[in-house]
Design a protein. Structure first.
Length: 132
């Protein structure tokens, strides 16, 4: 167990066999992000990742409501991000992109970063506004 232990060799030269391939090859560990995360980090790691997506979803909703009267473009942007976070969360059960593909990870971190930076900008400009 541990980071990368669920990596499954797709094709080509197979230099190393992981425990996931040797003993649990028929269980298809590593073919979806959910199975990889559970194998590599356990229930706690999976709960943390799901919690990150749920927190981002809720923060984007808060930002959408915050900007709905003053800036409709930003409100729509954060509504779109909410939909994006749902798709990213559901994709954990579909493919292994979240765990093994750098461009997908970069996109995910970029979307999360947009929400985090927006929340920080509001908190630094006027901390009382976060109570809204």
């Amino acid at each position: 167990h541990g980071p990368g232990a669920s990596r499954v060799q797709d094709k080509g030269l197979d230099l190393a066999q992981t425990l996931a391939e040797e003993e649990y090859g028929g269980m298809h560990l590593g073919f979806t992000a959910a199975s990889s995360i559970l194998w590599d980090t356990g229930l706690l790691g999976m709960a943390m990742i799901i919690g990150i997506f749920i927190s981002a979803f809720r923060a984007a909703g808060w930002l959408s409501r915050f900007y709905e009267d003053s800036d409709p473009f930003r409100a729509g942007l954060y509504d779109g991000l909410r939909a994006g976070f749902i798709v990213l969360l559901l994709s954990l059960a579909h493919k292994d992109f979240f765990v093994y593909h750098i461009p997908y990870q970069t996109l995910t971190m970029l979307l999360l970063g947009v929400v985090v930076i927006a929340m920080q900008q509001i908190s630094h400009s006027d901390p009382q506004r976060l109570d809204r």
